[in-house]
Design a protein around this ligand. Structure first.
Ligand code: SF4
Length: 80
């Protein structure tokens, strides 16, 4: 399916208890995510400048669904 993403992201959360450090999110959105000293994903300081589609793609790539994405109304759009 060819699906466009037209929305604003208001908030992104990383569940440190779910993250297994696979770094898939870092590969897809290196300007938004990086691994900390414990090998767990964290936000980069300037990550807010990354476009919504890339952040959502990174969240969807996470094997453990550790990244939650919320739209401008505060509704969680990922995981669905
Ligand atoms: S893709 Fe998921 S499990 Fe892998 S580093 Fe990112 S948040 Fe952690």
């Amino acid at each position: 399916m060819n699906k466009g993403v037209f929305m604003k992201i208001s908030r992104v959360e990383i569940d440190r208890n779910l993250c297994v450090g696979s770094a898939t999110c870092v590969v897809i959105a290196p300007d938004a995510f990086e691994l900390d000293g414990d090998g767990i994903s964290i936000f980069k300081k300037d990550g807010l400048t990354v476009d919504a589609e890339t952040v959502l793609k990174a969240a969807k790539s996470c094997p453990t669904q550790a990244i939650s994405v919320f739209d401008e109304r505060g509704r969680r759009i990922w995981p669905e």
